[in-house]
Design a protein around this ligand. Structure first.
Ligand SMILES: CC(C)(COP(=O)(O)OP(=O)(O)OC[C@H]1O[C@@H](n2cnc3c(N)ncnc32)[C@H](O)[C@@H]1OP(=O)(O)O)[C@@H](O)C(=O)NCCC(=O)NCCS
Length: 152
């Protein structure tokens, strides 16, 4: 499992400035669409409760590169629509953003963080301690599985 304290951006070039911050919900849409559902109409990636969520963006210099959205349900938090621009995938940015998210919910006193993961991304989440807790299901012809981590 990844030690959150040891994460750093060692794979970027020395001049790159990486910043993670909360962003307005509509700023996630372009990255979501381009990365996750490019063949669907743009509106497909909008969530009905986007306005109620917290949205985090990782900027590489001034370019929004990775996004994730967080929704609270009591002491549980769900993250959705996690995406890194294709050109930047595999460079550690998603890991940095997920570590930031896990730290954020722990600071908020979360009991549990969960997601409906694309099965193709399950290995990535397992590195952070998330475990599969349900059967595989299919949506938009994509395989998903519920994954979660206890935060206490
Ligand atoms: C999943 C995703 C958000 C991860 O972001 P990222 O910026 O590529 O993540 P990282 O670069 O931090 O990946 C860290 C490590 O996990 C690995 N990894 C990335 N995706 C993986 C996957 N699907 N399964 C297993 N390992 C994966 C990377 O190779 C890297 O390994 P390394 O440290 O040994 O080099 C990104 O790949 C993505 O946007 N995928 C398409 C959309 C998607 O599937 N989103 C998730 C929906 S649930």
């Amino acid at each position: 499992m990844i030690d959150l304290r040891s994460l750093h951006h060692s794979r970027g070039t020395p001049m790159e400035k990486v910043t993670i911050k909360q962003i307005r919900y509509d700023l996630t849409w372009q990255v979501r669409h381009e990365v996750m559902y490019p063949d669907f109409p743009f509106d497909h990636i909008k969530l009905e409760n986007d306005r109620e969520g917290l949205h985090f963006g990782l900027y590489l210099d001034h370019q929004l590169t990775s996004v994730v959205s967080l929704f609270r349900e009591g002491n549980d938090y769900q993250f959705r629509k996690f995406a890194t621009r294709a050109i930047a995938q595999g460079s550690g940015y998603g890991s940095s953003l997920l570590a930031h998210l896990i730290n954020h919910v722990k600071e908020k006193g979360a009991l549990r963080l969960w997601c409906n993961a694309r099965v193709s991304a399950a290995g990535f989440y397992e590195r952070f301690g998330l475990e599969k807790t349900g059967p595989v299901f299919i949506n938009d012809e994509i395989d998903f599985v519920r994954m979660e981590i206890d935060c206490l």
